[in-house]
Write a new protein. Structure first.
Length: 184
């Protein structure tokens, strides 16, 4: 099996685990009001176990993509930033399953930007306009989501904004992995 497929397989397994967690959430999962962190902070049991597994698998899969992208020639000038920022963000994201959730979210956001901004810059310099534009769109949704999270304004859209941000970035990073990476 291609190593590139491992990240996609991991993301699919992660989404499946999170979906199962929503169906088993004791109070019922409201897609318009609840977040992934609702599952992580819920009562111990099957729903929380599936949610924890889903988050951990997602983090490992995305960290794998960042590592592979850092090996690509197109991103070689910023390889350290991409690797440290991307993998670091996923390590801290994995710790969101702990009681230090809010702190880990904040640290993860900073690391994620450290990993993604150099990727986006390299796409601009390399004249990869489609990937650059998509990356800017992902960043815009991400920044809007983070702004809502920290400001407390328009929180009614935050559950969908967060899911959109996760989905868009996962898709964009996997697409970059398929287009550029050559590493193991």
């Amino acid at each position: 099996m291609s190593r590139r497929l491992l990240s996609i397989l991991g993301i699919l397994v992660s989404v499946s685990c999170l979906w199962i967690a929503t169906t088993r959430y004791p109070a019922g999962f409201d897609w318009n009001r609840d977040y992934v962190s609702t599952l992580l902070r819920g009562p111990a049991g099957a729903a929380r176990n599936f949610a924890d597994a889903g988050v951990l698998i997602f983090c490992v899969s995305i960290a794998w993509v960042f590592d592979r992208l850092a090996r690509a020639d197109e991103f070689s000038k910023d390889a350290k930033l991409i690797r440290i920022g991307g993998i670091g963000s996923m390590v801290y994201s994995a710790f969101t399953i702990t009681p230090m959730h809010d702190l880990m979210v904040t640290i993860s956001i900073v690391f994620f930007l450290i990993g993604v901004v150099p990727l986006t810059r390299a796409l601009y310099v390399g004249r990869e306009s489609l990937f650059f534009t998509a990356g800017c769109g992902c960043l815009a949704v991400f920044v809007a989501s983070a702004t809502i999270y920290y400001s407390g304004i328009y929180t009614s859209v935050l559950p969908w904004a967060q899911r959109a941000s996760y989905s868009l970035f996962a898709g964009w990073l996997v697409a970059l992995d398929y287009r550029f990476s050559r590493g193991p």
